[in-house]
Design a protein around this ligand. Structure first.
Ligand code: GTP
Ligand code: MG
Length: 195
C-alpha cells in the first residue's frame, strides 16, 4: 500500500465520539507496551503519528487513524498496566467491549503479543474475546528484532500452543524497529479487506 495520507481523525472514549466514517476498520489490541502504536507508525512510515512511550499505558483512548481515505486503523488502549485501579480496569473493559460490539465497519481485530514472552492470562482472555466476537484471531508477534530467526520460530510455536492456535498463517512476526514484516502485514491486511 502506498501511503498518501495518514492522519489521526479521532480520540474517543465513548461511542458517540467514534468518527462517522464508513471505510473498513482494522483494530489493534494487546497489552500495554507491546508496541501497538509503534506498529501503526512503522506500517504508515510515520515517525510519531501514533504517540508511543517506554512507559506502559500511553494510549488510554481509542484512537482512529485515516489511511488514504480508504481504511481506518484503530489503536486500542493496552491492558495489563499494573498501576491502573480496579475502576479504571472496568472502564477499560467497557470501552473495548462497546467498540467491539458497536462498530459495523470493524473488519478484523489483531492481537499483538511480545514475541519474547509466553502469552499471559490477559492475552489469552483477549484472544478468546476477539474470537468470540467473530474475528479470525490473527496474532502479530511484536519486537521480533529482539530475537534471532531460530528463536523466533521457537517463540511462535509457544505462542500458538498457549493461544491454542492450530491453523497455520495466523501468527506473524513483526518489528517496528527493523521494519521486518511490514510487507507481510500489509499483504495480510489487503487480503482481509479484499483490496
Ligand atoms: P500502550 O499505548 O501503553 O498500550 O503501549 P503500545 O502497545 O502502544 O506500545 P508503544 O508502541 O508505545 O511501544 C512501547 C515501547 O516498546 C516503546 O519504548 C517502543 O520504542 C518499544 N517498541 C515498540 N515496538 C518495538 C519493536 O518492534 N522493537 C523494539 N525493540 N522495541 C519496540
Ligand atoms: Mg500505544
Amino acid at each position: 500500500m502506498i501511503i498518501r495520507k495518514a492522519e489521526i481523525i479521532m480520540t474517543a472514549v465513548k461511542k458517540e465520539q467514534y468518527p462517522a466514517t464508513v471505510v473498513p476498520e482494522i483494530a489493534f489490541a494487546g497489552k500495554s507496551n507491546v508496541g501497538k502504536s509503534s506498529m501503526i507508525n512503522a506500517l504508515l512510515n510515520r515517525r510519531s503519528l501514533a504517540r508511543t512511550s517506554s512507559q506502559p499505558g500511553k494510549t488510554q483512548t481509542i484512537n482512529f487513524y485515516n489511511i488514504n481515505d480508504m481504511l481506518n486503523f484503530v489503536d486500542l488502549p493496552g491492558y495489563g498496566y499494573a498501576k491502573v485501579s480496579k475502576t479504571e480496569k472496568s472502564k477499560w473493559g467497557a470501552m473495548i467491549d462497546t467498540y467491539l460490539h458497536n462498530r459495523n465497519q470493524l473488519r478484523e481485530v489483531f492481537l499483538l503479543v511480545d514475541i519474547r514472552h509466553e502469552p499471559s492470562q490477559n492475552d489469552i482472555q483477549m484472544y478468546n474475546w476477539i474470537k468470540e466476537c467473530g474475528y479470525t484471531g490473527y496474532v502479530i508477534a511484536s519486537k521480533a528484532d529482539k530475537l534471532s530467526r531460530s528463536q523466533q520460530i521457537k517463540s511462535i510455536a509457544v505462542i500458538k500452543k498457549t493461544l491454542e492456535i492450530k491453523e497455520n498463517g495466523l501468527v506473524y512476526p513483526f518489528s517496528a524497529t527493523s521494519k521486518a514484516g511490514v510487507e507481510e502485514i500489509w499483504n495480510l491486511f489487503e487480503n482481509v479487506l479484499g483490496i
